[in-house]
Design a binder for this molecule. Sequence first.
Ligand code: SF4
Ligand code: SF4
Length: 268
Amino acid sequence: MSINRRQFLRRAGIVTALGLGGSFVINAAGSKLAEAAAESTYGTSTQGLAAKHWAMVVDMSKFKSKDDFKRVSQACDLIHNVPDIGNTKDEIKWIWEDDYEHTFSGGENEYLTESFKELPFVVMCNHCENPPCVKACPTGATFKRPDGIVDMDYHRCIGCRFCMGACPFSARSFNFRNPRPFIKENNPDYPTRTQGVVEKCIFCVERLAKGQKPACVEVSKGGLIFGDLDDPNSEVRKIISSKFTIRRKAELGTQPSVYYLVGGGEHA
Ligand code: SF4
Ligand code: SF4
């Protein structure tokens, strides 16, 4: 993301006034690469994947067992060096399971059955079209890419947590402590973070750049469908334009790019 000089000086002024500081170091040391995406059905390429508007569909019919949830969160955690700190207060979450009330609170849908409301849901950053986290961040550490992905530049994060206060989905985590000792299996191809930095799902931008789909999508057995919402021929577009999908807290106007397919079956 580029910011002009005026924006930079204004943001720098806020940072100085707050007296905040943060850091980020690339951890080159590591053990063997996680094989989380081993079940890939997509070919890899040296060409990056491009879209006008990346979006995700969560097909609820494919998330039935604990394993269905665990598979996607483990793939993400392994590839991105997400630590397992072991307590909810310090927890770092990129993609996780939550209940109906937390996922869709405020957006009651009278047509949904009671049994649907008892289901767990897979949740992550929604890569909102109008992301309040981006507006709140004083340094540009959180920014929206032209393809719709809300990305993070950890180098710029000063740990003020304004973005966390602004996100109505609790989709961001703060490293209250050094995450490195809590990483189960270090992936040397992805940077670790430091204490005092905010992080979240980034739709695997580092994999898209290499021509690969997000890690969670690859292991989801069709439960997560990823594609270009602007492309009328993409699977996500076909599902969203022809099936009943819902988005989290749509009433807030953030316009999530993650859609939940309700009713299931063969999605496209
Ligand atoms: S879900 Fe939260 S963190 Fe993600 S883009 Fe929307 S406001 Fe930002
Ligand atoms: S904590 Fe959030 S708002 Fe503050 S600099 Fe980091 S990304 Fe931006």
